[in-house]
Design a protein around this ligand. Structure first.
Ligand code: HEC
Length: 354
């Protein structure tokens, strides 16, 4: 009898332990809304009193982004105050890994100086930035933020209606989630803590959902970027790398002076095996510049964001494994999916640009 009770107690304990471990392993449910596909932040150079601001400069941190304007009577100050409270609920170490950026959609009235004074009212290390109308529109379009300048009253005063949500970019510079206006600052704080600790909530969502697959493509390409990238590619790169990105058919042949003809940039070549940083360095600085056949440097010809768009176009030609591999989400060298084309076509000459 006594033994029976002991066994029963043991079984109950085991169940309790299992239930507890199940509860703890549950993926955290974010309170804010998670984007079904993260958006890479456009690399546009904005201006602030502290100097130029590019969203990419904050990779490694979580960026809280708010689009508004300083003459905004109530919505913007409330949102900024809520953000400040949310940060206060984090430990100082956590809070130091969050950068708040207020972007003005009203560049006619908001100068970098006005914005600097404005954000200082909330917290010293907040950044207030703005750009030209075109730069702001690039950014709001990419993020799906809307705003409109209302007609002025008899004194020339006008208001600006705008999307009033707080956006979060994860440590990799992807816009991954947002909170509606009025979201409790405690919720924002808790989400931030998890965003800092576990990163991309979209993978949390996928993991929690029924459609979990071990290979999740962590790279999302914005169609608008791919499209602009294609145009730029055709005008700057296609002459050597081919309209179809297949490179020169003789790319694997080493020439007498040790140089190579333009290699493929699609999955049939090696570009997807090179880290993103090295690809950018190659595009910026060129390669084998002293050889008659070389990869020219584009740093004085293309803006960073133009290279970003070209890169998006190139990535759109890779398959999911190649994308994941290049992005560092797969560390194993995957079995080659395609065998490189044998050099069959006749040698065609390329004229390197000066
Ligand atoms: C004038 C011809 C030419 C143009 C124009 C050109 N490239 Fe290249 N590119 C080359 C050559 C040649 C190489 C190989 C260099 C070497 O390895 O010595 C190369 C190499 C590369 C590589 C390294 C790939 C690998 O597998 O190692 C990348 C990436 C690249 N180019 C991207 C671009 C992009 C993007 C553009 C357009 C902005 C561009 N190239 C324009 C000739 C060109």
């Amino acid at each position: 009898m006594k033994r029976g009770i002991l066994i029963l107690a043991g079984v109950l304990l085991l169940f309790a332990a299992l239930a507890a471990s199940y509860l703890f392993s549950q993926t955290y449910q974010f309170k804010g809304s998670i984007l079904s596909s993260p958006i890479k932040a456009p690399q546009i150079m904005l201006r602030s009193v502290k100097g130029p601001v590019r969203l990419d400069d904050f990779q490694g941190k979580v960026v809280l982004l708010y689009f508004g304007y300083t003459s905004c009577p109530d919505v913007c100050p409330t949102a900024m105050a809520d953000i400040k409270l949310a940060l206060a609920s984090l430990t100082p170490e956590e809070a130091a890994q969050v950068q708040v950026i207020f972007i003005s959609v009203d560049p006619a009235r908001d100068t970098p100086e006005t914005l600097g004074r404005y954000v200082k009212l909330f917290q010293d290390n907040f950044i207030g930035a703005t750009g030209t109308r075109e730069e702001i529109d690039w950014m709001t379009d990419a993020f799906g933020v809307t705003y409109s300048i209302e007609p002025p009253d008899e004194n020339g005063a006008y208001s600006v209606s705008h999307s009033a949500f707080t956006m979060a970019l994860d440590r990799d510079g992807y816009y991954v989630m947002s909170w509606a206006h009025g979201a409790p600052s405690a919720d924002i704080g808790e989400d931030l803590r998890h965003l800092l600790k576990e990163g991309i909530p979209v993978s949390a969502k996928i993991l929690a959902g029924p459609t979990y697959t071990p290979v999740v493509c962590a790279v999302t390409l914005a169609p608008a970027h791919v499209q602009s990238g294609q145009w730029l590619y055709e005008h700057h790169c296609a002459q050597c790398h081919g309209l179809d990105l297949a490179g020169n058919p003789q790319w694997q042949t080493e020439l007498a002076d040790g140089s190579h003809l333009a290699p493929p940039l699609d999955g049939s070549g090696n570009a997807w095996k090179i880290s993103r940083n090295d690809i950018f360095a190659t595009i910026q600085n060129g390669r084998n510049l002293d050889k008659p056949i070389h990869m020219p440097a584009f740093k004085s010809k293309l803006a960073d964001w133009e290279m970003e768009f070209i890169f998006a176009y190139i990535q759109s030609k890779w398959d999911i494994n190649e994308l994941n591999y290049q992005h560092g989400f797969m560390t194993l060298t995957p079995a080659p999916t395609k065998t490189p084309a044998a050099p069959i076509a006749p040698f065609s000459t390329v004229t390197p640009s000066p």
